[in-house]
Design a protein around this ligand. Structure first.
Ligand code: TEU
Length: 528
């Protein structure tokens, strides 16, 4: 693997607040994660990605940083972090951490200084009110309302693409760029193997402050109830100058061996894939990027073909990172419930994902086929959920604690967890699935081992086959190996005449004769 370990790797996302509590306060922490790394390594993944662990008032659960060079006391200390990295490396796991460079917390000392016109007055995005006192542009925040907030102290508006308490940093300012490069250097020196760059296409806004044009509402966007949907976000983010800053980050990482940058691109379908392609082409920019295209409700062969082909057509030398779930979206077995029961959809989905060309990400708990937790309004903590309930219940339902066993607090904590573990999720626990050879957990291990052993799956070319709906089929090819990968996304059996080969890998509900292949409901097979 070596310095390019990230190409074709499997990345396991840990949501630190919900993985394992070691202190008995109902919140997960770094020592807890370290104690559970054996489970992660046992899956056969290459790397972990930790959602933010830095000092934060937790208005957006750590995506609002108030000190980029320290660990939040709720999670532990820098010494705990070093111990986590050492244990991960001893187990052969790389460590990717989240960097939220587009905005900070409004409680960061930089913002206090900027607001009062101090030395950091240009570190955030400030603009005057229009003549009538209204905000400088019509830009809308992802979490609802105008993305401008009035500051009485300063007598100007500041930009916030997310919460009011998440002011946008002015990454056009060379001082801010230099500071952020220094933050990355701090963590590189501590031994991290890469960064997941939060909202990487939001770094720079239009400095001419042009209004966004109106757009047709996008039924696939989350959250669905927001004035955000009514705009085409041409000017509040994704400005071309961003590429220059990305190449500075890349130059810094290239001074170290085997480190990587994976960017999160939030935009409308198609444009997002185009941005991913722009950001990962050539050697000057990011190593990998992902969009929300596979994190939505669509589960059809046509959709995967469209997303993957448009990426590689736009960036023959670029590299994507695909995942079906994360801490921002409903868990995929729940999103795709109409396509089959949770266990069957979970097994099929990992077989597909592990066969895609690119790096792949899995989100804690999905190796159990975990479903979305149904929460009451009183149980919510996520600001967009609290604001848009009941049309949008926010993101707490995918953030409930990892379920380790059937004990009272799921083996997660000795105390009441910050979000509840409820009966339907509690039954899908690690201990129960370890004991059941037919479990989703054992299937994940088998699929990831198969991918790991196959150069064609990790690195091969990908060519889509024309097959009847709802079958997704493609080949993966290297010099020495061609695999035909076939998946039945529907609940009805289907026979594919004229397709045959030698089965390999952990097939699901499939039958092969010398003349054809039959895939049962949610069936999957690889043929050599
Ligand atoms: O998400 C960016 C983003 O675009 C999301 O807000 C997305 O639109 C929504 O959550 C689900 O589609 C990142 C982080 O992953 C998220 O947790 C943060 O809240 C957000 O940035 C702000 O930092």
């Amino acid at each position: 693997m070596g310095r390019n370990w990230w190409r074709g790797a499997v990345i396991y996302q840990i949501y630190p607040r919900s993985f394992q509590d070691s202190t008995g306060d109902g919140l997960g922490d770094l020592k807890g994660i370290t104690a559970r790394l054996d489970h992660v390594a046992s899956l056969g993944v290459d790397s972990i990605w930790l959602s933010p662990i830095f000092r934060s008032p937790m208005a957006d659960m750590g995506y609002d940083v108030s000190d980029y060079r320290d660990i939040d006391p709720a999670f532990g200390t820098l010494a705990d972090f070093d111990a986590l990295v050492a244990r991960a490396h001893a187990l052969g796991l790389k460590v990717i951490i989240d960097q939220v460079l587009s905005h900070s917390s409004d409680r960061h000392p930089w913002f206090a200084d900027s607001k009062t016109g101090g030395a950091k007055k240009d570190w955030y995005v400030w603009a005057d009110a229009k003549a009538d006192g209204s905000p400088p542009t019509n830009w809308q925040s992802v979490f609802g309302g105008s993305s401008w907030e009035w500051s009485p102290e300063r007598g100007q508006y500041y930009l916030h693409n997310f919460l009011i308490s998440q002011p946008d940093l002015n990454l056009r300012n060379p001082e801010v760029q230099a500071e952020m490069l220094d933050v990355l250097r701090f963590w590189l020196e501590r031994g991290v193997d890469g960064f997941r760059l939060d909202t990487v296409n939001y770094y720079m806004h239009d400095d001419k402050l042009r209004d966004n044009p109106p757009a047709a509402p996008d039924p696939e966007r989350w959250p669905p109830v927001s004035s955000y949907d009514m705009q085409d976000h041409l000017y509040d983010k994704t400005r071309p100058e961003n590429l220059v800053f990305l190449s500075k980050m890349r130059a810094l990482l290239d001074q170290y061996e085997g480190r990587c940058l994976v960017g999160e691109v939030g935009d409308v379908p198609h444009r997002a894939v185009q941005i991913m392609a722009d950001y990962t082409s050539g050697t000057a920019h990011l190593h990998m990027a992902y969009s929300f295209d596979m994190l939505g409700p669509k589960f059809t062969p046509e959709h995967y073909r469209d997303v993957i082909m448009s990426f590689f057509e736009g960036a023959p030398d670029g590299w994507p990172s695909w995942s079906f779930s994360n801490h921002d979206v409903n868990r995929h077995v729940t999103r795709w419930a109409k396509h089959g029961p949770p266990e069957a959809v979970a097994k099929l989905a990992i077989a597909m994902l592990a066969s895609f060309r690119g790096t792949i990400g899995i989100y804690q708990g999905e190796e159990l086929g975990q479903t979305e937790t149904d929460l009451l309004y009183e149980e919510l903590t996520d600001p967009p959920g609290l604001r848009f309930w009941p049309e949008n219940k926010g993101r707490d339902g995918c953030r409930t604690p990892m379920v380790w066993d059937s004990s009272e607090n799921a083996g997660f904590s000795t105390a009441k967890p910050w979000l509840p573990v409820k009966p339907p999720q509690a039954a899908r626990n690690v201990a129960a699935q370890e004991a059941d050879p037919a479990s989703v957990l054992h299937h994940y291990r088998a699929v990831l081992a198969f991918r790991r052993g196959s150069e064609a799956l990790r690195a091969g070319d990908m060519t889509f086959l024309d097959l009847p709906e709802p079958v997704l089929g493609f080949t993966r090819t290297t010099a020495g190996e061609t695999l035909t990968c076939l998946f039945n996304l529907g609940p009805v059996p289907i026979t594919l005449p004229g397709i045959t080969g030698t089965p390999c890998g952990p097939a699901l509900a499939a039958e092969v004769t010398d003349k054809n292949v039959t895939l049962g409901p949610n069936g999957a097979i690889w043929l050599r």
